[in-house]
Design a binder for this molecule. Structure first.
Ligand SMILES: Nc1ncnc2c1ncn2[C@@H]1O[C@H](COP(=O)(O)OP(=O)(O)O)[C@@H](O)[C@H]1O
Ligand SMILES: [Mg+2]
Length: 320
């Protein structure tokens, strides 16, 4: 990150090695990884726990099932195809509509044909986008329609809200906004913008793109600061409840806000990235260390949200 080393130390910024040794290794048991590394399993668990997720339209597990794609996809004008074991936005194809001649239109407006969709599914099955390169399966699901509050700061894609939930307590949040470059996806490595969110209020603060501070969305020019995320407490509660779905102590939760259906869980991460610290101009270390020392953690998600807010308020006061 492009900040002087002493400043990073002052902020308590955690690096990759520290994250792995102090937070991932001790808090994330390997046996729970499949619950989050496979998006089909995550979706099924979420449905069991009454956590809303984008509806599954189809699941292609074997090459020959691709023959059913034309009849399956004829029922929908919009959908998303993604690898069940993917990460970082790789292999995600967002179809935003159909052309008059019946071909498909991607979220960046390029037109693609059924043959290309079949080819993409075949690439997914071969493991081209999967963690570790093993064979994979393809998910076809509802395309989320973003909430109007993001109209000015999103370029043809759905922003997602990333939360760090530590020991079941939501402690950090940022929103990731798609750009022209990120092609319908909100992953920072694809070129999306990350913007910190004040955990207590749901108001956006600082922006970061390709590790550098930004004030405005690169494609729309609108300011990134001061956007109120609607239904913030509900979002925090849903993120806290995801800990019951996959008991990983250091968990990255990705949520999206649908304009009709409200907040939905998109996926969970056992190794969430560290850019959330830069977007919030606040290191993870002091806050996670404080939460590490808490004796008991409330069993209810609602209470854990309260604890998260109390912790963040305490640190805001201390640094004022
Ligand atoms: N169902 C969907 N509707 C709309 N956009 C989606 C959908 N699924 C994924 N995306 C876009 O792609 C991004 C990455 O999706 P995600 O499911 O988190 O996979 P990954 O593990 O690759 O990050 C999301 O942040 C969002 O912008
Ligand atoms: Mg994601």
């Amino acid at each position: 990150m492009k900040m002087p080393w002493t400043r990073l130390r002052e902020l308590g910024i955690v690096g990759m090695n520290q994250r792995n040794a102090e937070f991932i290794m001790p808090y994330n048991q390997r046996k729970y990884y499949p619950l989050v590394d496979n998006k089909i399993i995550t979706k099924q668990r979420a449905i069991e726990k009454n956590i809303p997720v984008p509806q599954l339209y189809g699941h292609i597990e074997l090459e020959h099932q691709s023959a059913h794609l034309p009849s399956l996809l004829s029922q929908y004008t919009e959908f998303v195809i993604k690898p069940a074991n993917g990460s970082g936005g790789n292999g995600i194809m967002v179809i935003a509509g159909k052309t008059a001649s019946g071909h498909f239109r991607k979220s960046n407006d390029s037109v693609i044909h059924m043959d290309e969709i079949k080819h993409h599914v075949s690439n997914i099955l071969s493991g081209m986008y999967s963690l570790g390169g093993e064979t994979d399966t393809a998910i076809i699901e509802y395309r989320v329609k973003f909430d109007p509050c993001f109209e000015n700061v999103s370029f043809k894609g759905v922003p997602d809200i990333r939360l760090i939930v530590f020991r079941g307590i939501p402690l950090f949040a940022m929103i990731r906004l798609p750009t022209r470059q990120s092609d319908g996806r909100a992953n920072l490595h694809q070129g999306a913008v990350g913007v910190g969110i004040d955990l207590c209020t749901g108001l956006t603060n600082h922006g970061v793109m390709q590790s550098r501070p930004v004030q405005a969305h690169p494609d729309t020019g609108f300011p990134l600061t001061g956007i109120q995320i609607p239904g913030w407490d509900q979002i925090l509660e849903m993120a806290a409840a995801c800990y019951e779905l996959a008991p990983l102590g250091y968990l990255g939760v990705d949520l999206v806000l649908d304009r009709e259906l409200g907040p939905m869980m998109l996926e969970l991460n056992a190794r969430p990235g560290l850019a959330i610290q830069i977007a919030n101009q606040q290191g993870l270390e002091p806050i996670l260390k404080y939460a590490q020392a808490l004796g008991t953690i409330p069993p209810s998600a609602k209470r854990r949200v309260k604890v998260g807010k109390q912790i963040r308020r305490k640190f805001a006061r201390d640094s004022a």
